[in-house]
Design a protein around this ligand. Structure first.
Ligand code: CAA
Length: 241
């Protein structure tokens, strides 16, 4: 279980908040913690790629993700984005080792999580393809996507309560809206996980897909969207959200 060694990819020294960080030049495949692949048919595939830490959302990963997403959003060739993780984990939450030393006044005064929801500012639709653990911030990141497909082994949960904190990135609101108050509160207050079939039956995800077809299926959805009028898609997305 959780040890005290930080994965190398997140050991770069960086400020504790970085909402105003300038954009790096974009080229696919140049990030430490994510992979970016522009597919044919107007779809970009973004893969969280920090396998040793189950894609825990460290600052460096979010910095990479925000940067890539903003660049893809501005790219006229990209009309839909698929966001995925690994078979074992979409993302196991915020990076607990980075969170551990921080106290509330510090996180509040430095707007620690402000730049986490940059995904919500995109005009391009984002399709989440979730398999394995989507916990805490990982579940919250998934719920920021516009459409969610789940692999058969997906597990959603808000286990922050086990760490003595609460969901920090909208889990309490988005989970309640997605699956209703009672079951959402059960997840948030017990830290239990919910499997893919239940997530589909409660409307958190569109459908459950065999694991080996998950990303392809999400790309197909993206390609279908990519054929429609971009302004109509952007406006429909904004209105739904
Ligand atoms: N942060 C940092 N590292 C994590 C992590 C996390 N959230 N989750 C897993 N890891 C790391 C582990 O430390 C371990 O690394 P080492 O090999 O270096 O020890 C590696 O990933 C593999 O993890 P496990 O050995 O624990 O794997 P497992 O299969 O036995 O268990 C798990 C998987 C049930 C997901 C377990 O890792 C776990 O419970 N992780 C924590 C989940 C969690 O509490 N998430 C919420 C974080 S708080 C948050 O997200 C706040 C917010 O709302 C913004």
């Amino acid at each position: 279980m959780l040890s005290n060694t930080l994965a190398k990819s997140c050991m770069r020294s960086r400020p504790l908040f970085m909402a105003s960080r300038p954009m790096a030049a974009f080229s696919t495949g140049t990030y430490d913690n994510i992979l970016v692949d522009k597919k044919e048919g107007g779809v970009a595939l973004v893969t969280l790629n920090r396998p040793k830490a189950l894609n825990a959302l460290c600052y460096a990963l979010f910095e990479d993700l925000n940067d890539a997403m903003m660049q893809l959003d501005k790219d006229p060739e990209v009309r839909a984005i698929v966001l995925t993780g690994s078979e074992k984990a979409f993302a196991a939450g915020a990076d607990i080792k980075e969170m551990e030393p921080r106290m509330y006044p510090d996180t509040y005064m430095t707007d620690m999580l402000t730049w986490w929801d940059q995904l919500n500012t995109l005009k391009t639709p984002v399709i989440g393809a979730v398999n394995g653990y989507a916990l805490g911030g990982g579940s919250e990141l998934a719920m920021m996507c516009d459409i969610l497909l789940a692999g058969e082994d997906a597990k959603f949960g808000q286990p922050e309560v086990n760490l003595g904190v609460i969901p920090g990135m909208g889990g309490t609101q988005r989970m309640v809206r997605a699956i209703g108050k009672s079951r959402a509160m059960e997840l948030c207050l017990t830290g239990d996980m919910m499997g893919a079939e239940e997530a589909a039956s409660r409307g958190l995800v569109s459908r459950v897909v065999p694991v080996d077809q998950l990303v392809d299926e999400a790309i197909k959805v993206g390609a279908k969207i990519a054929k429609k009028s971009a302004p109509s898609i952007a406006m429909a997305k904004e209105c739904c959200n």
